[in-house]
Design a protein around this ligand. Structure first.
Ligand SMILES: *[C@@H]1O[C@H](CO)[C@@H](O)[C@H](O)[C@H]1NC(C)=O
Ligand SMILES: *[C@@H]1O[C@H](CO)[C@@H](O)[C@H](O)[C@H]1NC(C)=O
Ligand SMILES: *[C@@H]1O[C@H](CO)[C@@H](O)[C@H](O)[C@H]1NC(C)=O
Ligand SMILES: [Cu+2]
Length: 397
């Protein structure tokens, strides 16, 4: 796995030659919570880091890193690995976005009140390009980045966006650091809604986790989802006053924390996805719609499973899912898996594009409109370490 330290060509000739690669741990600040032993995906990620280091050294030597280095890359951590103070900082910045004024066009989204709503608004009206075959990974990478930048630039957040390692939440999500409902969690389960009995998917039913109603504990109890719904999966979601879904429709955040869904996103499944997908099309299909398996009741695919660990409204509604802040934890996590997969063979995989669906990737640009100023070619959002002129520069630990 170790490779030549290609930056040596920049050294004075007396020093030139093969220099041992530096240990990535001296470059990236690793912060772990001993409560969570490393799982197979964490170990695979660590085993892949020398590739990352070699890839970066080569880019630096070629002058193609756009200022991004492993030392200055943003570090996205698992929620449980963050200190209580870091979690509190993050929550405070989220609450700040939920109060900051909207910048989305008023005529299109008269219901958007806050900067937080703006992200839901974009997702609602651009669901097609965000989710088609060539857009899914890069467009969501940019979307999560734009959100992280809003937290940092508009709300003073100093850290980077957390991700969720689903495997940490399979046994007892309702008592986990993420969902236990205390002030430094992302809020708990919804109140019981006897009418909510679960969600039928293409590959089996996700049984209800006993919630389905409003979330009444944790930091976001005052928060209202203001636009949508688009394609609700819960009963009794009040309809939007406008056909577009962009009208004002304030309602509580509902959730159903589901162990069933979490069992569809275990580390073993992610490990198989990463190690058995030899090409990006297989990776994409396995993540979204794995082959049917009648003897596996949790074969939802990690993308679906991750969304329905908390589900609800707006989180379970594919059109306005960013209306639950847990959305970004899930999509950061998918971005992490894509990144690990890429870094197992960066030369071949960073630019690998999904070719299912027959769309033209070459001409596609990502324009997040009111969310971010830069319009970037879709391939630039494939590279988390220096893509788009260095706009993308982050690692996951
Ligand atoms: C977050 O905000 C709360 C309420 O204003 C405050 O008590 C807390 O200290 C803040 N957390 C951090 C880490 O600053
Ligand atoms: C909230 O839950 C986390 C994770 O269990 C725990 O570490 C923290 O101490 C709790 N905070 C409070 C205020 O109870
Ligand atoms: C189907 O699911 C079962 C139970 O989880 C598993 O043992 C088996 O390997 C799966 N089959 C395939 C082809 O993935
Ligand atoms: Cu999406």
């Amino acid at each position: 796995m170790r490779s030549i330290w290609s930056v040596s060509i920049l050294l004075p000739s007396a020093l030139a030659g093969v220099v041992a690669p530096r240990d990535w741990r001296t470059m990236v600040n690793v912060q772990r919570n001993g409560f969570y032993p490393l799982d197979v995906v964490d170990k695979l990620e660590e085993a892949t880091m020398p590739n990352v280091e070699a890839y970066m050294s080569k880019k630096i030597a070629a002058g193609k890193n756009n200022g991004c280095t492993l030392e200055n890359a943003g570090v996205r951590r698992e929620w449980g690995d963050m200190t209580i103070e870091q979690r509190s900082d993050f929550i405070n910045a989220t609450l700040c976005l939920m109060k900051a004024p909207s910048r989305a066009p008023k005529d299109q989204f008269p219901g958007a009140r806050t900067r937080y709503d703006d992200f839901m608004a974009y997702h609602l009206t651009n669901a097609g390009s965000l989710h088609d075959t060539i857009g899914l990974f890069p467009a969501h990478k940019y979307f999560v980045l734009a959100y992280e930048l809003a937290l940092r630039n508009e709300c003073g957040y100093k850290g980077y966006h957390p991700y969720m390692n689903y495997d940490r939440y399979t046994k007892d999500p309702k008592n986990s650091a993420l969902f236990n409902g205390n002030a430094t969690s992302m809020g708990g389960n919804g109140l019981p809604d006897p009418k909510y009995t679960g969600l039928r998917t293409g590959s089996g039913t996700i049984k209800s986790g006993g919630g389905g109603g409003c979330v009444v504990d944790g930091p976001f109890t005052e928060y209202t989802a203001n636009i949508g719904p688009g394609a609700p999966v819960m009963n009794n979601v009040p309809r939007n006053p406008l056909p577009s879904g962009g009208g004002y429709n304030p309602r509580c955040m509902r959730r159903d924390i589901s162990v069933d869904a979490a069992l569809g996103a275990t580390a073993d499944r992610a490990y198989n996805l990463l190690t058995k997908s030899k090409d990006i099309n297989t990776f994409y299909n396995t993540l979204l719609t794995p082959p049917r398996n009648a003897s596996d009741p949790y074969n939802f695919g990690i993308h679906t499973a991750g969304h329905y660990i908390s589900g609800g409204d707006p989180g379970g509604d594919p059109m306005v899912s960013p209306g639950d802040p847990i959305f970004y934890f899930h999509h950061a996590s998918l971005d992490r898996l894509w990144w690990i997969w890429q870094m197992m063979d960066p030369e071949k995989r960073v630019n690998a594009q999904v070719t299912l669906g027959g769309r033209d990737a070459a001409t596609r640009k990502l324009d997040l409109k009111w969310l971010a100023p830069d319009v970037i070619p879709v391939l630039e959002a494939h590279d988390g370490l220096g893509g788009a002129g260095g706009l993308f520069c982050h690692v996951y630990v």
